[in-house]
Design a protein around this ligand. Structure first.
Ligand code: HEC
Length: 135
């Protein structure tokens, strides 16, 4: 009986240790929010093309500022500035007065994603750029 329970304890600890070493494979809080933001700009571009009203933004400044990032990734010194610039551009988009202004402010907002990405996470830039309206 004693042997059995210590074996179970051993199994439990093996499982716990292996799970924690895989934790880094899971997307971080920020990566999850970013994926939602990417889906948002892709859908929003279609909304503009079809002359439909703007969809709600999937997250907010507080959540993006507080989100945990992937272990080992480095943020720039100006991370907070890039976040606030992005949300400023997003507000600009939501307050667009007409369809021309809407396209221009959308492009400014998407460019603001790219500005931060150039400094912190170049990987998704090409995917993000696809959502820009070409002049
Ligand atoms: C303030 C800087 C900043 C802004 C602004 C920003 N990003 Fe990111 N983004 C990051 C960082 C840092 C990561 C890496 C997150 C991590 O791995 O924890 C990331 C990750 C991503 C990813 C990859 C997620 C994954 O699967 O791992 C995508 C896609 C993405 N961002 C899209 C966007 C889009 C679209 C916008 C604008 C709507 C945007 N980002 C705005 C900094 C930013």
């Amino acid at each position: 009986m004693k042997v059995k329970s210590s074996f179970i304890l051993f199994l439990v600890s093996v499982v716990t240790i292996s799970q924690s070493s895989f934790a880094s494979d899971k997307p971080s809080e920020l990566a999850k929010l970013m994926k939602q933001m990417l889906v948002y700009i892709q859908q929003e571009k279609k909304q503009i093309e079809n002359n439909q009203t703007a969809l709600p933004f999937p997250t907010n400044l507080q959540k993006v500022s507080k989100a945990k990032i992937t272990v080992g990734k480095k943020l720039s010194n100006e991370h907070e500035k890039y976040i606030s610039d992005f949300f400023q551009k997003l507000n600009g988009y939501y307050s667009a007065k007409d369809s021309t202004d809407r396209v221009i402010s959308f492009n400014l907002m998407v460019s603001s994603c790219i500005t931060c990405h150039k400094h912190e996470c170049p990987g998704p830039i090409q995917v993000i750029e696809k959502s820009l309206f070409k002049e």
